[in-house]
Design a protein around this ligand. Sequence first.
Ligand code: NI
Length: 253
Amino acid sequence: MTIDTHAHLEMAEFDNDREAVLARAWEAGLAAIVTVGTTLPDCERAVALAERHAPVYGAVGIHPHEVKEIAAGTYERLRQLARRPKVVALGEIGLDFFYDHSPREIQLRCFGEQMALAAELKLPVIIHDREAHSETLAVMKAYAGRVRGVLHCFSGDWAMAKECLALGYDLSIAGPVTYKKSLQLQEVARRMPLERMVVETDCPFLSPQSHRGKRNEPAYVVETATFIAGLRGIPAAEVQRQTADNARRLFGF
Ligand code: NI
């Protein structure tokens, strides 16, 4: 029984077959899925989806790509959504200096504002960090002791992993760990304490190797967990069970 801690089931990519995708996830042995909003309308859809399906939980936040769209009232609506019982985290929030879809100064300001909101609401955060490792760590350090959470689709090296773990954050390993060239990520997945790891798909993006280039879905998180077990030389069931326990502790469900 494993848990996909980061999916985007509310996205349009699933509009034609969302129920079938969920059915395949339960068939594959998933115990729960956290579906993560990236825009205010998608947060509304994520919460609605979580409220319709018992094993689905929601996270609400504005993705760094989208923070330039934050308007008067956005945070108030996020605050309302975040108080709904099926919402377990604030996210995804963070910094993306790879695509730079929003200006960096706006990303930095809005990341801080959403970290403050998480502290106020006492919710864990789901952090997106792409090509912004030192800036992300600086914000995490500014909120040390007040905010905890997870680095989603972790992409740093072992040195950064140790810093994040020391700050009390868990690390989420996604499908790219299964790619032959992901040596740095494989090192992190092999060396980090299993008690601090969760797994995710980030579907519809980032399919693991056997579905690479095609739409990803929660059932495929099993492939990622199995691959990590191989790296660590332990049974796949142990990775599934421990990462699921970790997800329950992290998100409190
Ligand atoms: Ni995501």
